[in-house]
Design a protein around this ligand. Structure first.
Ligand code: HEM
Length: 518
């Protein structure tokens, strides 16, 4: 008969159980394992949806395949089931047909949430992005304070861009210089964004810049790795992934500079001594003015500001870098794009509010670059907070997370007859058609162009992104010649899951043009 004495001698994989059972950490671990396994038993929203699964039914294998070859998996699902739903990456993702874009684009956020779906896709708890689900403070401020001021912001962005260029390219007048283009653009964009996000006080502080860049880089790496794990295993996996630790570290570093700044400005505001920039304060200040309750806590404001750098800097630099690579791959466009910039600047006598809207060829080129090298193959992510019956009778249960195959869908846009061809001035010509002058811009969305989403919850920062990209590329076109290094073509994009990044090792050679800056 089994007695306690006998039991004490039981060994599991060579380990004596009794000392283990006396250890409180063993119990904590056991409780966590049992809890997570039992959570796994209850089917999630996606698991209750009856839809064909693409790839292996073994979710680990399916997830790994999706990580390493998402394009093929998505194309397989899209070619077989594009008018219905299908599941990818095990059951992690339910792909809805794009015919539902219009029906879903303006549904209230207490029924379907875009930000929850996006932050969940970004592994919110581990990348710290889940703070954005606490309220829409950031979106309101972007839409009401930043977007209406895009005109007055041009000189501010240009000023910071000039400073950033001097920091980056001091010795560029000594002939051709080779640079890793993505890194350069990340540094330029993050300096410019910092000026708008945190203001003069901090935007050139290396502590802040290192924290915001370090956070963004490590958040992306954490997201990519954690997505390979099933939901129940993420908690444990995260403990062993150094990028996740670094996310926390950079968040902490950012707070060490942002929280005192918030406190200082609040003191100055109370004393009536706060120096305001009449043209544009900065996003942190705008959020502080508009925040209430929990949102107004300094650590929350600091966290939200840092997370905005992830939403803005990497995405903007990715688009700028893909366009720069396209220019090097198709140098035949450079003279025409350069001529447009020179002409518009002469007409406006400098960079003014109207200047960027007049750069229609450049706008078209950047949009076409995004079409052929998009940041993501999937988009229009939605989390269903309530059960919903779609117009064709499909029932989407509460808790489901859906996406759409935006890249294959865009290739079927009837206004793009030859989707496999890169045509940098395609959208420029489309805008010349009667009634189309304000359509087909980089920042405009439509049911076929979903890289910024579409409808009420589309990206609130896309107009700023468009301006920053045009200011940077316009400056490069005016003052630099650029090309790929000798005998090197366009560097292969780096792909992980549905995300597509410009190759960070991809080099571009730059040389100051004769007479530039005179
Ligand atoms: C080329 C650059 C960019 C791309 C491709 C991009 C793309 C996107 C996409 C796809 C979404 C989700 C939309 C949806 O779910 O329907 C989004 C949301 C968002 N973007 Fe952007 N974005 C860019 C630049 C920016 C910039 C510069 C900012 C900030 C100034 C920004 C701030 C945000 C924020 C805050 C959200 C979440 C909005 C919410 O709370 O619902 N983005 N972006």
């Amino acid at each position: 008969m089994a007695s306690w004495e006998n039991y004490q001698k039981v060994r599991l994989y060579g380990l004596e159980i009794e000392p283990l059972l006396q250890n409180q950490y063993t119990w904590v671990l056991l409780v966590l394992v049992v809890l997570s396994l039992s959570l796994r038993q209850s089917k999630s929203g996606n698991e209750t949806i009856d839809a064909p699964i693409i790839g292996s039914r073994q979710s680990w294998i399916a997830r790994w395949r999706f990580f390493s070859d998402a394009e093929r998996v998505i194309d397989e699902g899209y070619s077989k089931f594009k008018t219905g739903m299908f599941k990818l990456s095990g059951q992690d993702m339910v792909i809805l047909p794009t015919k539902f874009v219009d029906e879903l684009r303006n549904v209230p956020e207490n029924e379907i949430s875009s930000i929850k779906a996006n932050t969940d896709n970004f592994q919110g708890v581990y990348s710290a992005t889940s703070i954005l689900t606490e309220s829409n403070l950031h979106s309101v401020v972007l839409q009401t304070k930043l977007t209406p001021k895009l005109g007055p912001l041009i000189p501010i962005i240009r000023d910071e861009l000039e400073y950033a260029m001097t920091q980056e390219m001091l010795d560029f007048d000594k002939g051709w210089k080779s640079v890793e283009a993505f890194g350069l653009l990340i540094r330029l964009v993050s300096r410019v964004s910092s000026r708008l996000f945190v203001g003069d006080d901090l935007c050139r502080s290396m502590t802040w810049l290192n924290a915001s860049r370090g956070y963004t880089e490590n958040a992306f790496k954490s997201i990519i790795l954690l997505r390979i794990f099933p939901q129940w295993a993420k908690l444990y996996a995260a403990q062993f992934i150094p990028y996740v630790w670094l996310v926390r570290y950079h968040l902490y570093k950012a707070k060490t500079v942002l929280e005192p700044l918030i406190a200082k400005r609040r003191r100055e505001q109370a004393a009536g001594t706060l120096v305001r920039d009449e043209k544009f304060d900065n996003l942190l200040q705008f959020m502080d003015n508009a925040a209430s309750g929990m949102d107004a806590r300094p650590e929350k404001l600091a966290g939200r500001t840092l997370i905005l750098t992830l939403a803005s800097s990497h995405t903007t630099s990715m688009a700028a870098c893909q366009a720069l690579f396209q220019m090097c791959e198709h140098p035949e466009y450079i003279p025409e794009l350069r001529e447009e910039v020179e002409m518009v600047i002469e007409e406006d006598r400098g960079w003014r509010k109207t200047t960027l809207t007049k750069l229609r060829k450049l706008d078209s080129f950047v949009k076409e670059s995004q079409r052929v090298h998009p940041p993501s193959l999937l988009g229009f992510k939605r989390a269903f907070l309530k059960q919903r019956t779609l117009s064709d009778g499909t029932v989407i249960p509460q808790g489901a997370h859906t996406l759409m195959a935006i890249q294959p869908h865009q290739q079927e846009d009837p206004s793009i007859p030859d989707p496999e061809v890169f045509d940098g001035l395609r959208y420029y010509r489309m805008r010349q058609q009667e009634g189309h002058a304000n359509k087909h811009q980089f920042a405009t969305t439509d049911p076929y162009t979903l890289h910024f989403g579409h409808g009420k919850y589309s990206c609130p920062g896309r107009f700023l992104a468009s301006n920053v990209i045009k200011l940077i590329l316009g400056r490069l076109l005016l003052d630099f010649d650029f090309r790929f290094p000798y005998n090197q073509g366009r560097p292969e994009d780096v792909r992980a899951h549905e995300y597509i990044f410009p190759n960070p090792l991809g080099k571009v050679e730059l040389q100051l043009r004769k007479g530039a800056g005179e």
